[in-house]
Design a protein around this ligand. Structure first.
Ligand code: C5P
Length: 397
């Protein structure tokens, strides 16, 4: 497990302040320590008591709080933080940041910081579109301040347009991305995820049980580490990850075509990475009926043909990228996985017990390479994904 990260979450005055409550809950759940600082105006929209209950820490609202150890809150609060995040950031607060003003605790903290600053604007569409705000946003970016969003959609004032604050779960995703070391910067990574559907007729299919969560977590972790990520996704109920080029391919054949095309377009080289996480069906019907097959008393015989192995074919390309496979087994885990690793010519394979991994948010895996087995502790899939990519980076180096 990595050391817990900690952030200062600054809340400014805007109706989107209510979304900050959910953001605190998600950050804490993701093991990120949150120190909330609110402006006076923010306290008109949501109370410090709510934020204290969710963050488990006292909330600071003023410059002159005697409980801050050295009496220098602008230094004390930002000293230990990995980042300061302002969500929501009002148009007024953004203007203040641009000018380096420091007339309350939060703006002073921002000016005195030595850590990254991330800003999630939230305002009415006209305020967002105003040239003054646009100038200010351009200046924030020029000052190396990350601007998260805003989103487009329905606004509290009844208008529809740009200016809504991003939803809490999208903010969490982007904040986590900022907190990760950029170990994969400059690398291209191609990932398959989810299950394939091999159609029998227009309403029936053969598939594998796979939620896609592990592959999507790897795509997220790779994005966090600064890679250029392409995800070829089979059937899943998951939302396409932010910052990842996601391509849908619902059957084994279309996934094969799509991966091969991407490998060519991306010009994958030996220092790039391919990770096959998809549960690709091993067989598909020889014939897909154009019409729904009618039920009858007779047995129905479906002839199946084997599908091509995407991973094995990518691994045997001249100039093949660094290839990682997955093996979901129900018995003899290490033995079967090692045999698969050698047969498919993979430097690394990840083995897990099929029944424990499927659909769950957690997983327990072992990494198998030429040096043997490296078991990882049971953990959330995103943590497993980060450790796996760390191992890949170590092997590539
Ligand atoms: O041989 P098996 O299907 O158990 O191997 C699993 C690994 O191979 C996974 O990484 C999976 O994504 C990949 N695979 C593939 N194409 C197939 C079958 C499996 O890429 N047709």
């Amino acid at each position: 497990m990595q050391k817990n990260k900690s952030i200062v979450l600054g809340i400014t005055g805007g109706i989107a302040a209510y979304k900050a409550a959910e953001l605190v809950r998600l950050l804490v759940k993701a093991n990120i320590e949150v120190q909330v600082v609110m402006t006076e105006a923010a306290c008109q929209f949501i109370t410090p008591v709510t934020m204290q209950a969710l963050s488990g820490k006292p909330v600071y609202t003023g410059m002159w709080d005697a409980s801050i150890l050295n009496g220098m809150p602008h230094i004390e609060l930002s000293r230990s933080a990995d980042a300061i995040v302002i969500a929501p950031a009002s148009a007024d607060f953004i203007a203040k940041l641009v000018h380096g003003r420091a007339d309350d605790l939060l703006s002073t903290l921002c000016l005195a910081r030595d850590c990254p600053l991330l800003v999630a604007p939230a305002m009415n569409k006209q305020m967002w579109e105003n040239p003054a705000t646009q100038r200010n946003i351009a200046q924030l970016k020029a000052d190396n301040i990350a601007v998260l969003g805003p989103d487009s959609g329905e606004q509290a004032c009844g208008e529809i347009g740009l200016g809504r604050m991003l939803e809490a779960e999208d903010l969490l995703y982007l904040i986590e991305a900022h907190l990760q070391p950029k170990l994969l910067k400059g690398k291209k990574i191609l990932i398959t995820a989810g299950a394939t559907l091999e159609m029998i007729d227009p309403v029936r299919a053969i598939t594998n049980l796979s939620s896609g969560k592990m592959g999507y977590a790897i795509a997220q972790a790779a994005y966090e580490m600064g890679a250029d990520v392409t995800l070829v996704s089979g059937a899943t109920a998951l939302k396409a990850p932010i910052g990842v080029n996601t391509i849908s391919a619902t059957n084994a054949d279309s996934m094969y075509q799509s991966v091969m095309q991407q490998a060519t377009t991306l010009k994958l080289a030996p220092q790039d990475i391919f990770i096959g996480v998809a549960a690709v069906a091993d067989y598909s019907p020889t014939i897909t009926s154009a019409q729904k097959i009618k039920k009858s008393e007779q047995s129905l015989i479906i002839e199946l043909k084997p599908n091509k192995d995407i991973l094995a074919d990518i691994a045997s390309l001249p100039n093949a990228p660094f290839c990682v496979g997955f093996a979901a087994e129900t018995e003899n885990l290490l033995e079967y996985a090692e045999a698969k690793r050698q047969k498919k010519k993979l430097p690394l394979i990840v083995v897990n017990k099929a029944t424990q991994a499927m659909g769950s948010d957690n997983n327990q895996v072992t990494l198998l390479d030429k040096n043997g087995a490296h078991p990882l502790e049971r953990a959330p899939k995103i943590e497993i994904a980060r450790l796996l990519l760390q191992h890949v980076v170590d092997m590539l180096n």
